[in-house]
Design a protein around this ligand. Structure first.
Ligand code: GCB
Ligand code: CA
Length: 885
């Protein structure tokens, strides 16, 4: 009986399956799982394959390796799929949302095709290669440098692999095209919009893979957001035996509800193909919006005739530990982060991203600019130029129906690394001519394919270079990437350059396509300085920029560089191989810079305690046993109050997004509670801080547990993996602790001096501990009470490597290879502990050396560590003292 039941279920299931596939006009499903993967030049042989799931990149781990850098080459994917007789009678396509950057597909060992470019969708027709039963798919992906494929160079890691979803699409032989630039095959335009009606212009690409032309009906139905059918049309069409036959029609939507930032109203266009007998052949739905948009220097950005200032961010598609291989929900989460911050603009830079990104922007009311990855430099070849144009077409067709897209962008900072500077054989005038030729081709392509949207070319601060290349007036919008007060100069240089550009080009709408400063979320400073990578300098930077942007009408929009920290192979900085200009970290934890933007942009009442992600702190206790640290409360309310450990501290007015408090922290856990009132209800934030206080002077009989001090810096650093708080150095005074003599080390670059080295310190992830130091010091002294201690002395030899060539620090910096010789003795309480120490010899340059030394202090002598020079200057990076009893 039981067996019979199961049999019956199986039979019914089988019938249901067959019935459903045959009658389903179109089936699309992802085939992401259980691919076999192997790196290398060929797919022959059975060794070395491993099982992976797509999205996948082979650089998820080596992108942050010290050596030898991320793998660029070929990788192979293979998978078997089952095809039944029903499927065999239909057309079958393999759809890739993205693979970086050259992809070849083989089905049953036949070469199907190749796609160039790492950031757009592509779709292969595999029908001719498929047989009933098992079929083998082999995909070869190559992320090698290729002079014909943009980007040639850029400040981000070129992760290799099939890093976005792969799907099978099974359709009737007559269907809506899947191969017209791998778009949806339906293009929606709204050329005329009034309050009464909107003209919806629809172009449907039809494919007929049969041997004969055929009569079909193309039906369109437009549904409102509430699901009501608001317009329809059904037309007879003869489809030739063509791949992409365009069929155009216009339909009217009465009393259109517009796509707006506050109310991003969407419509759904359902397109159906019917055969002569009334059988449904294919069906595709597209989301679109009805809206107008325009840019001018005089009126700014106007959406549906209303001026809106565009304020938002850029975004890169990678994540901690995953490279660029993110699941759909992680893309969506990023856009939600931007939306929650109050951002209404996203520059999708430097390349088209996952379809979920635009879908979320359409849904949430975020205006976007999408861009092809032509960056820094070009190759003067027809192939390169053709690839640029092809990418532009793919991007436009694939994103065409998204109402959020208002700008097509191309050529980021294309005068940053012109080839004539590095290759003497290339003549400047020829290069500029070719560059203009490519730019013009891309611009014309955009205008031909989509005359309705504006174009933008994002330039770097050296505008003269773009003037010389004749690029300023080519695109509708001038994008400016400005970093005054970061890579060089002062904050005020920002508004100065803006006003100069506006005077020169009064009619040109300008978007600040990038601005930002690197922030390592683990570094804080109460004396923030350029290139200290502190959260606090980042906040200062943005608090200067944002009000300047808001003040200027001709600045129609701006996009912070960047929403999130992102991988960049060449970067060193505080987190090697990571560009940390994100408002959130690589794993999307908000920094104070994010809180600042939210306080300034969000319409929801907002109160957030700054530094709430800085849990482990240390400081110096004053005579009354507390330590005062400034605390910023980020808010869009007029005023907030702050309670500390249950006691009301003060009520402060907010200015430029911040209410500032001076908080007395006690040793141990501190509880902070900020509160404001908005329309009669309380808005609160809570945070806890674990403060480890070190007595100012040991006469106070304060208990001592540990001291973690960084030399040569004003930075605080939180080692999040060990929950260890480091505090900045101080000078020794009698009864207390600190250094004696010497000078804080500063890294020398062509830009001037920096408060910390920005070199990768190999073999550690706590680089900031080692990136500052004191040189030429005589001693470190701490008048500690008697007892047993462990003293850890930290060193790194930065000399010979303290200046580095970092591509994005606009001037080139020369790296010196050889370490200066440095020899010194280390005595502890008069005993020679290390004699003739040469850190470089001992562990190499740019490597951590931590020496752990047990010390017993008795007879009230305290601790004295002496550094006795033999050759060169003495040096130390950090000291940690732990009391053992
Ligand atoms: C730029 C580039 C961007 C970099 C950024 C930076 O101008 O367009 O790709 O990541 O600067 O952080 O230096
Ligand atoms: Ca490191």
């Amino acid at each position: 009986m039981k067996k019979l039941c199961i049999l019956l279920i199986l039979i019914f299931w089988g019938i249901f399956q067959a019935y459903s596939t045959e009658n389903n006009p179109r089936i699309t499903y992802s085939i992401n799982d259980s691919w076999q993967f192997r790196l290398g030049t060929s797919d022959i042989g059975e060794d070395g394959w491993s099982m992976v799931s797509i999205p996948h990149t082979w650089n998820a781990e080596d992108c942050v390796d010290d050596f030898p850098g991320f793998y660029r080459g070929t990788g192979w994917y293979r998978k078997n799929i089952q095809v039944d007789s029903v499927m065999l009678s239909r057309s079958l396509y393999l759809f890739f949302e993205g693979a970086n950057q050259r992809t070849k597909l083989f089905v049953n060992r036949h070469r199907v095709g190749e796609h160039i470019g790492g950031y757009t969708f592509f779709c292969f027709d595999i029908t001719p290669y498929i047989r009933e039963g098992e079929n083998q798919l082999v995909v070869c992906v190559d992320n090698s440098y290729d002079p014909e494929i943009p980007p040639l160079s850029a400040d981000f890691t070129f992760f290799g692999g099939i890093y976005r979803d792969v799907s099978l699409i099974s359709v009737s032989p007559i269907h809506i095209s899947t191969t017209h630039y791998a778009s949806s095959g339906v293009y929606v335009n709204t050329p005329e919009i009034t309050e009464e009606k909107a003209l919806v212009d629809i172009c449907t690409m039809l494919s007929n893979t049969q041997a004969e032309r055929s009569k079909i009906f193309v039906e369109h139905k437009i549904y409102s957001a509430t699901g009501e059918c608001v317009a329809t049309s059904k037309k007879k069409v003869i489809v030739n035996t063509e791949r992409e036959q365009a069929f155009n029609i216009q339909i009217v939507v009465n009393h259109p509800e517009l796509w707006e930032i506050e109310r991003p109203n969407l419509y759904r266009l359902q397109t159906c193909l019917w055969d002569n007998e009334g059988k449904l052949l294919d069906e595709v739905s597209n989301t679109f919006g009805i809206r107008t948009c325009s840019f001018s220097a005089e009126k700014g950005f106007e959406l549906n005739g209303k001026a809106v200032k565009l304020l938002g961010t850029n975004r890169h598609q990678c994540h901690l530990g995953m490279g660029n291989a993110l699941k759909d929900e992680m893309h969506v989460r990023d856009i939600e982060l931007l939306h929650a911050m109050g951002g209404n603009f996203l520059r999708i830079a430097h390349y088209p991203q996952d379809e979920m990104v635009l879908a979320a922007c359409n849904r949430l009311g975020i205006v976007t600019s999408v861009e092809i990855p032509v960056i820094n430099t070009i190759t003067m070849s027809q192939k390169f130029s053709d690839n640029c144009v092809e990418m532009m077409k793919e991007m436009i067709y694939q994103c065409f129906n998204s109402p959020s897209v208002c700008i097509w962008a191309y050529m980021n900072e294309i005068m940053l690394r012109p080839l004539y500077n590095s290759e003497s054989s290339i003549k400047k005038d020829e290069y500029l001519k070719y560059l203009y030729h490519i730019a013009e081709r891309i611009e014309n392509t955009a205008k031909e394919v989509d005359p309705g949207r504006a174009t933008m070319l994002p330039c770097h601060g050296n505008l003269a270079a773009y003037e010389e290349a004749n690029l300023i007036n080519l695109s509708d919008i001038l994008g400016m990437n400005l970093y005054n007060g970061w890579y060089g100069g002062e904050f005020s240089g920002f508004e100065a350059i803006l006003d100069t550009i506006h005077q020169k080009y009064p009619d040109k709408p300008i978007i600040i396509s990038e601005y930002g400063a690197d922030v390592d979320a683990r570094i804080h400073s109460f004396k923030p300085e350029r290139f200290d990578f502190s959260v606090d300098y980042g906040v200062m930077y943005h608090r200067h920029y944002l009000p300047q942007i808001i003040q200027r009408k001709f600045v129609v929009g701006s996009a912070v560089w960047n929403l999130n920290d992102f991988h960049s192979e060449e970067r060193m900085d505080a987190i090697p191989h990571v560009n940390c200009k994100g408002l959130v970290t690589l794993d999307r934890i908000p920094k104070d810079t994010y809180r600042y933007y939210k306080a300034m942009l969000s319409k929801e009442p907002y109160v957030a305690i700054g530094g709430s992600d800085w849990y482990n702190r240390s400081g110096v206790a004053d005579n009354s046993g507390v330590c005062y640290y400034p605390v910023s409360v980020y808010t869009n309310l007029k005023q907030v109050n702050l309670k500390v450990n249950g006691k009301m501290l003060a009520v402060m007015k907010a200015e430029n997004g911040i209410a500032q408090f001076n908080v007395p922290f006690i040793n141990g856990i501190n509880q902070l509670e900020a509160e404001g009132v908005s329309q009669g209800s309380y808005v609160k934030d809570f945070c806890r801080v674990n403060m480890k206080l070190v007595p100012d002077s040991f006469d106070n009989k304060e208990s001592f547990t540990e001291l973690n001090m960084l030399f040569g810096t004003a930075r605080h650093f939180e080692d999040k993996t060990a929950s260890l708080a480091w505090q900045p150095e101080r000078e020794y005074t009698s009864g207390g602790w600190g250094y004696v003599g010497g000078k804080a080390f500063r890294a020398r670059t062509k830009r001037g001096s920096q408060p910390a080295s920005n070199l990768n310190i190999y073999g550690t992830e706590q680089d900031p501990i080692f990136q500052t130091q004191r040189r030429g010091l005589n001693s470190f002294k701490a008048d500690l009470p008697d007892g047993r201690y462990v003293v850890y002395l930290y060193w790194t030899e930065l000399s010979g490597a303290d200046v580095v060539d970092l591509a994005y620090q606009l001037d080139n910096i020369v790296q010196k290879e050889k370490a200066t010789e440095r020899l010194f003795h280390v005595d502890i309480n008069g005993m020679r502990v290390l004699s003739s120490l040469d850190v470089a010899k001992e562990v190499g340059v740019r490597r951590p050396m931590i020496c752990k030394i047990p010390v017993t202090i008795s007879a009230k002598k305290g601790l004295t560590v002496d550094f006795i020079p033999i050759k060169g200057e003495t040096m130390i990076t950090a000291i940690r003292i732990l009391k053992m009893d």
